[in-house]
Design a protein around this ligand. Structure first.
Ligand code: G1P
Length: 307
């Protein structure tokens, strides 16, 4: 579903050092690690494009060249495939180059997610914009970003995506306090899908987590966030945290771009941020594919019987 809102810009931070995947990421950004047969970053760019965001700014760091190359045309390779009549591969190669206008900017210093987003200030200007984190993949069959864009247009301020996670995992995320409203049921008896956010805290200890609603890597931000980020002091991990800037925005008046709402996502999300989750993501997505799924599922059953 393509969005009907006027938001056009997406920011994708891709400057992380990828140390969890060394040595694979020694000479290659972690965003280029393949998830089945596409680099992880391509899923994220495709998700943005599908929601109508066709102006995409990547905040890159070292090794940005392979990212740029991946989303660029390769005339000689395309000519070879064309001459061979290999249209499947030709389409696969071209797919990444047709997703929108891509722009790149370097973060320079790795000072945290908040700092990476601040690097987008000049490019974004005065419009609301989306931020998509590459470690989180949202299943293309499930809807999230368009809902967030529409929610932002309807309610103003900023909109984040959250998901219920088991208590023992909560400290790996930013966590929201929705004043218990996540449990409020609407008229049709379903849990509320959009809740006002009263407070946000970055990676709290389990006993201090205000809820089990974890921030997942999708945001639609009011441009007033930039002025806030400029004043945000380093927080957890001595990094400038987007969560801390959003915490300040939550209590600001609407006329100053304040207010934060959370869309509760109940679909399929794959985490590619650490080795085990990454392997699970690759297996899950491959098992669902028409071309690979039947054989892989068969083999997985055999394999599980042996361990
Ligand atoms: C970032 C955010 C965190 C959020 C997470 C989602 O953390 O700071 O609030 O919950 O992404 O993936 P990171 O995982 O980059 O440390």
């Amino acid at each position: 579903m393509s969005s009907t809102t006027s938001t056009r810009k997406a920011v994708i931070p891709a400057a992380g050092l990828g140390t969890r995947f060394l040595p694979a990421t020694k000479a290659m950004p972690k965003e280029m690690l393949p998830v089945v047969d596409e680099p992880a970053i391509q899923y994220v760019v495709a998700e943005a494009a599908k929601a109508g965001l066709d102006d995409i700014l990547m905040i890159t760091g070292r090794n940005k060249r392979s990212l740029e190359n991946h989303f660029d045309r390769v005339p000689d390779l395309e000519a070879t495939l064309e001459a061979k009549g290999d249209t499947d591969k030709l389409n696969a190669v071209r797919q990444a180059t047709e997703l929108g206008d891509l722009h790149y900017i370097r973060q320079g210093e790795a000072k945290g997610l908040g700092h990476a987003v601040l690097c987008a200030k000049r490019h974004v200007g005065e419009e609301p914009f989306a931020v998509l984190l590459g470690d989180d993949l949202i299943d293309e069959r499930d809807e999230l970003l368009s809902t967030m864009l529409e929610t932002q247009e309807r309610l103003g301020g900023s909109v984040i995506a959250v998901m219920e996670v088991p208590q023992e995992k909560i400290s790996a995320y930013g966590v929201i306090d929705a004043n218990g409203q996540d449990k409020v049921t609407g008229e049709d008896g379903k849990p509320a899908d959009v809740v006002p956010v009263h407070a946000l805290v970055e990676k709290p200890p389990v006993e201090e987590a205000p809820s089990n609603l974890a921030i997942i890597g999708r945001y639609v931000l009011h441009p007033a966030i930039f002025a806030e980020l400029e004043q945000t002091k380093p927080g957890r991990g001595n990094e400038i945290q987007l969560t801390d800037a959003l915490q300040a925005m939550a209590s600001k008046p609407a006329e100053d771009g304040g207010g934060v709402h959370a869309v509760i996502f109940r679909g399929r999300r794959y985490d590619t941020g650490d080795k085990l989750s990454y392997i699970k993501a690759v297996v899950t997505l491959a098992a669902d594919r028409e071309d690979l799924g039947p054989d892989l599922r068969e083999w997985l059953k055999e394999f599980v019987g042996q361990i």
